[in-house]
Design a protein. Structure first.
Length: 571
């Protein structure tokens, strides 16, 4: 038996010859039925789309597959959750901003009510402008205040918006910085609309007074003070503060706002305003003229206010002398509160101007007219409007809490119409201090002391001491209204300063004069003649004790820093 041997090449397993350019990894783009693609056997199958191509293979470079079916679903889910929660978050943020804006507007509306007849944007401009006016110790951007009130005034005078039923008395006039200079006839409007319009006009005038020394840079729409403008009219401009905009050029600047008289004349020459509103505008306009140094024009405007108040009386000739503005005291025809106010303002202006011979008779006639007026038997009533966040601290029961909660959901009402001021004046009972009388006595005391001959200053000092006593009683009395109590505190501060200055002046005069005594008086009497110097020293100590007692009682903290004035008081 012959054994046939197998060739050596057939003893090894058959193996396909691998080309050098073939890769050992199977790409997911190849269609191959095998699951095992590595040389070494593995208990776990390796899927082709999870393997990475070889870097050394001579095949075209292909991108690995990162986004699979499972990854795609996960990404879709995360994108949906991110979009949903982003939408929820931004919705809550937007609603929170709207709620905060509404609460802020509600607080401002209760603080400064606006008429219900106005549109939303007019009321919004009115509230924002009033909110921009800061207290005296804080900075107020009067340019912003003027802009907001101007926008509100434009809407109120526009017949297509809130000015329906109003008409300009002088149509066709050119606007002054966006303001129609013509007066309007608002007779057909309600009281709330008229009062709101009056407040807007007066606030525009107030803002115009504060920015009267400013200009508008038309190239940048920015308001600058006049003293920083670069131009021929200002050869030495004041440098702008660090961080501020660069100074404007004179050729690019114009008036920042309409002049104040534009707004005052709207009330004085317009139709539909009450006597109280016209007198208030006249007094404010006269005060502005006085500040500008136009004394004669200011005097005429004060006289205009007196004429407005007198024209509303049925028998004005029996109440006031039109030539001298001195009131006639007659119980049958008492003056009106408007007339007393206008006459007092006129006398005050003339006293400041140095015309004390004309001011003193007017002051005395006003004081006599107040004393001769009938007594008001009705108790003084407080304002019918109280903000929702103000409560009586003495009432802490559950009822006050319920009232506060109710007020949160009750819309605020516009304040009722106050008295016109044309009715007969009624003075307060003797038990109630009158701060207006204390103010008149201070003026009379200053004039008498400043114009008295040497040795006769006691009369002016007596008027001042009596005014201080009335003001002290009014500042601590609970029967006085809050607004009158503040006036009493101001009178008390001024009265104590005047009292101390008068006594200090008399003390200096007594020290400059030698004290002479008769030998016969010392012979028949054991006591020396009373020295005037010691008298005024005691008086000065009394003034200081009164001031310190008021500071200790907390009546007026300004008395702690009240300067002791010396010299002339009038002028």
């Amino acid at each position: 038996m012959v054994l046939i041997s197998r060739p050596p090449s057939l003893l090894r397993p058959l193996r396909l010859k691998q080309l050098p350019y073939q890769s050992s990894l199977r790409l997911f783009t190849q269609n191959h039925p095998l699951l095992l693609i590595t040389r070494t056997s593995s208990p776990r199958p390796q899927l082709p789309y999870l393997s990475q191509p070889s870097r050394t293979a001579f095949v075209p470079r292909q991108t690995a597959r990162f986004l699979t079916t499972e990854n795609k679903n996960y990404v879709k889910e995360q994108v949906w959750l991110a979009a949903k929660w982003s939408a929820v978050g931004w919705s809550f943020f937007f609603l929170g901003v709207v709620a905060l804006y509404g609460i802020n507007q509600e607080v401002l509306e209760r603080k400064t009510p606006s008429p219900d007849e106005w549109s939303f944007f007019s009321r919004n401009h009115f509230r924002c402008a009033n909110a921009a006016v800061k207290p005296d110790h804080e900075y107020t951007d009067w340019a912003q205040v003027a802009t907001e009130f101007r926008r509100c005034l434009e809407r109120l005078e526009d017949s297509d918006i809130d000015g329906k039923g109003t008409a300009p008395l002088a149509p066709g006039l050119d606007d002054i910085r966006g303001i129609n200079p013509s007066a309007f006839d608002i007779s057909d409007k309600s009281y709330a609309w008229k009062e709101g319009y009056f407040q807007v006009v007066m606030q525009c005038a107030r803002a115009s007074e504060h920015i009267d020394n400013m200009v508008l840079d038309t190239s940048r729409k920015i308001v600058f003070p006049k003293d920083v403008v670069i131009g021929p009219s200002n050869p030495n401009p004041r440098p702008c503060p660090p961080g501020a905009e660069s100074a404007p050029r004179e050729e690019d600047c114009e008036r920042a706002y309409a002049p104040p008289e534009t707004f005052y004349l709207k009330v004085l020459t317009g139709l539909g305003f009450s006597s109280r509103q016209r007198i208030e505008a006249a007094l404010a306009y006269a005060n502005w003229l006085e500040i500008k140094g136009l004394t004669d024009s200011a005097d005429e405007t004060y006289k205009w206010a007196v004429d407005i108040a007198a024209s509303a009386l049925p028998a004005q000739e029996a109440v006031i002398d039109k030539d001298t503005s001195i009131l006639r005291v007659q119980e049958a025809t008492p003056p009106s509160p408007n007339l007393l106010r206008a006459a007092t303002a006129l006398a005050t202006h003339r006293a400041r101007s140095g015309n004390v011979t004309s001011a003193l008779p007017i002051f005395l006639s006003v004081l006599r007219a107040r004393h001769a007026s009938p007594i008001d038997i009705a108790p003084a009533t407080r304002s019918n409007y109280t903000p929702f966040y103000v409560s009586d601290p003495t009432n802490t029961d559950i009822g006050s809490f319920i009232n506060i909660v109710k007020s949160l959901f009750t819309p605020p009402t516009y304040p009722a119409e106050p008295p016109s001021g044309d009715e007969p004046f009624l003075r307060q009972p003797a038990s109630t201090p009158d701060c207006a009388e204390a103010e008149l006595m201070l003026y009379i005391g200053e004039i008498l002391f400043a114009t008295a001959s040497p040795g006769r200053e006691d009369e002016g000092l007596g008027w001042t001491k009596q005014a201080v006593a009335i003001a002290e009683q009014g500042s601590s009395s609970n029967d006085v209204l809050p607004e009158n109590r503040d006036k009493c505190k101001a009178c008390l501060e001024t009265g104590i300063a005047n009292w101390g200055a008068m006594v200090a002046k008399l003390l200096r005069e007594s020290q400059s004069k030698p004290v002479t005594s008769s030998p016969w008086s010392s012979w028949f009497s054991n006591s020396q003649p009373e020295s005037k110097e010691s008298k005024w020293e005691d008086e000065l100590r009394a003034v200081e004790e009164t001031r310190m007692n008021l500071i200790a009682q907390g009546i007026n903290s300004k008395l702690a820093a009240a300067p002791q004035r010396t010299g002339t008081f009038i002028g």
